[in-house]
Design a protein around this ligand. Structure first.
Ligand SMILES: Nc1ncnc2c1ncn2[C@@H]1O[C@H](COP(=O)(O)OP(=O)(O)OP(=O)(O)O)[C@@H](O)[C@H]1O
Length: 217
């Protein structure tokens, strides 16, 4: 079930030989359930680090991350990534090349009963407008189609929150603009809470209900 996100006074950093390299400090973000938020800012300001922290791949140095009522990360709390109900979609599509489109979409549903999984995969392929492409391999699909399959795969387990890290940056301008609108409509129709990372202001304005402008610390 889709959920709200609350990030309070988040601090993130990396250990270096000179000590802690702080990337982010006192960062707050509230995203109501069903909203699309965008993190917008120049390279290196910490956008990807915030997503990694939400997904559970980065420890938080201070502050907290709640998804609905659940504390994902906080002082002495770190829920493992697989227990967070957070989905992800990245710029490299990340599709498995040896699996068909429908096998890719069904990848996160392996624990479901076969019939239910098949039904969900067909439903998601239809949602992203690729109902007839389930048997194709990634190399038989265009970049835009691959990205739509990646979106279907990310949505299939019905994550509470979907993270999108520059998902359109490898695409040509026309495909990128079309897909931005399509993905926005799909997320809105699903009532999916989502966070989009981008350094493209126009993309952020097209997709998002709210924009969080970030600057390097
Ligand atoms: N694993 C790591 N170890 C050390 N430093 C890191 C690591 N990952 C990121 N950083 C540093 O953290 C800062 C923020 O990086 P991050 O990737 O979050 O920025 P970004 O805003 O997403 O940038 P971009 O738009 O280029 O992807 C940068 O200074 C980067 O060098």
């Amino acid at each position: 079930m889709t959920a709200s996100l609350q990030i309070s006074q988040l601090q993130l950093g990396y250990d270096s030989p000179e000590g802690l390299h702080t990337v982010l400090q006192g960062f707050d973000l509230q995203v109501p359930a069903g909203h699309i938020a965008s993190l917008l800012g120049p390279s290196g300001c910490g956008k990807t680090s915030v997503l990694r922290a939400i997904a559970g791949f980065e420890p938080v140095r201070a502050g907290s991350i709640h998804l609905g009522e659940v504390l994902l990360s906080g002082p002495k709390v770190h829920l493992p990534p697989e227990q967070r109900h957070v989905g992800m979609m990245f710029q490299e599509y990340g599709l498995f090349p040896h699996l068909t489109a429908e096998q890719n979409v069904g990848f996160g549903l392996r624990r479901m009963a076969r019939a239910e999984r098949d039904r969900r995969v067909l439903e998601l392929l239809a949602v992203v407008g690729l109902a007839g492409a389930g048997g194709k391999f990634p190399h038989e699909l265009s970049g835009g189609q691959q990205q739509r399959i990646a979106l279907a795969r990310a949505l299939a387990p019905a994550p509470a929150l979907l993270l999108l890290d520059e998902p359109f940056s490898n695409l040509d301008t026309a495909t990128r603009e079309r897909l931005t609108l399509e993905v926005r409509d799909i997320l809105r129709a699903a009532g999916q809470t989502a966070i989009l990372v981008t350094h493209n202001a126009q993309e952020a304005e097209t997709m998002a209900d709210q924009i969080c402008r970030m600057t390097p610390v």
